[in-house]
Design a protein around this ligand. Structure first.
Ligand code: NAP
Length: 324
């Protein structure tokens, strides 16, 4: 097997000198599954899970569509289970971010907090982060009246009127979740066609506390000294304006891939998503990618986990073929 494989776990202060078989960047279902498989393959993997480990599912309430949980499961709970399962087989986890990488030669260099780490293969599973609207008045209210995470911030808006922006599954899920706290939730969507799955759309649309307004975009946020007071909405068909009152707003208009730290060293599409060249390998031989950082189509926890598994198997085979 691999010459570098045999190394048992090393002490913290020695870690950066060792060349690992595999470094996994990013946690979430793709990262933890890649960690589970590479650990079980005795590749002695090291994961940089990020300061906010667990990815988007840490911000999700109930996951009802991951096979194996007949009653559904909380996103954070599922991520903790995946992490514990991978750790049981020896995945070593650092809860910190990667600042930069150097993939120009092997072993690959991964830098975190000024320390350098080396590996013969890297699996990138950094996922995606929420997009903000970027309209007038938003900056001042970020993390106050305006949020991108209902599970994190919903409870601050007990008995208040809230709006949710977006027409996808995230918007429907956030709106439905927010009915636990809010007196009223209004979903604002810019057209009358919804990307949301039928079941999630109907659950929101039929909820007595939820109103759905179509053909409305946020033009400007309104606030006073006490915080958010509402928004000026615009009808994209004719530009007419409508004011809405609210003290909380949740933006759920999608995500962008977290690939900035790669500084163009791996091929991406125009939006920054990584591209698979051969199976789960990127254009850099020995660098693999899995989950939302590469997936513009499915973006489900189960597809991310499946890709994490595929990337781990691809990395194992690639190491076997290239490291003798
Ligand atoms: P999404 O499906 O891409 O939907 C984004 C929504 O935001 C769309 O309705 C889009 O409108 C709207 N939007 C985008 N940019 C906008 C802007 N600048 N101003 C106003 N509206 C804007 O994203 P998502 O809802 O985050 O879902 C992403 C993926 O995660 C999907 O595959 C989804 O199935 C999955 N997901 C699943 C669950 C679950 O099953 N529990 C929960 C959440 C998410 P247009 O339609 O007009 O473009």
């Amino acid at each position: 097997m691999f010459s570098r494989l045999k190394g048992c776990r090393v002490r913290r202060q020695d870690m950066s000198n060792e060349v690992r078989n595999v470094i996994i960047i990013g946690s979430g279902p793709a990262g933890y599954t890649a960690g589970l498989y590479t650990a079980r393959a005795m590749l002695n993997p090291l994961m940089f899970a990020g300061y906010m480990s667990g990815g988007q599912l840490m911000l999700t309430s109930d996951v009802e569509n991951f096979p194996g949980y007949p009653q559904g499961i909380g996103g954070p709970e599922m991520m903790m289970d995946l992490r514990a399962q991978a750790e049981r087989f020896g995945l070593e986890i650092q809860d910190r971010n990667v600042g930069s990488v150097d993939f120009s030669q092997r072993p690959f260099k991964v830098e975190s907090e000024g320390e350098e780490f080396y590996a013969d293969a890297v699996i990138i599973c950094t996922g995606a982060e929420a997009i903000w609207l970027g309209v007038e008045g938003e900056e001042a209210q970020k993390g106050r009246g305006i949020s991108t995470c209902a599970t994190c911030d919903g409870a601050f808006f007990r008995d208040e009127e809230i709006i949710v922006i977006g027409g996808g599954d995230s918007a429907m899920e956030e709106a439905t979740f927010l009915t636990r706290f809010a007196s009223k939730v209004t979903v604002i969507h810019r057209r009358d066609v919804f990307r949301a799955s039928k079941v999630m759309y109907e659950r929101a649309a039929n909820h007595p506390k939820i109103e759905i307004q179509t053909f409305r975009s946020v033009k400007k946020w309104l606030s006073d000294d006490n915080g958010l007071t509402g928004a000026i909405l615009e009808d994209p068909r004719d530009g007419s304006e409508h004011e809405i009152s609210c003290t909380g707003a949740f933006i759920a208009i999608g995500h962008k891939p977290i690939t900035q730290f790669l500084e163009g060293q791996v091929e991406t599409d125009d939006e920054g998503y990584l591209i698979h060249s051969e199976h789960t390998m990127t254009n850099v031989a020995g660098v693999f990618a899995a989950g939302d950082v590469v997936d513009t189509r499915y973006r489900q926890a189960i597809t991310a986990a499946g890709q994490g598994c595929a990337a781990a198997i691809d990395a194992e085979r690639w190491l076997e073929d290239n490291l003798h």
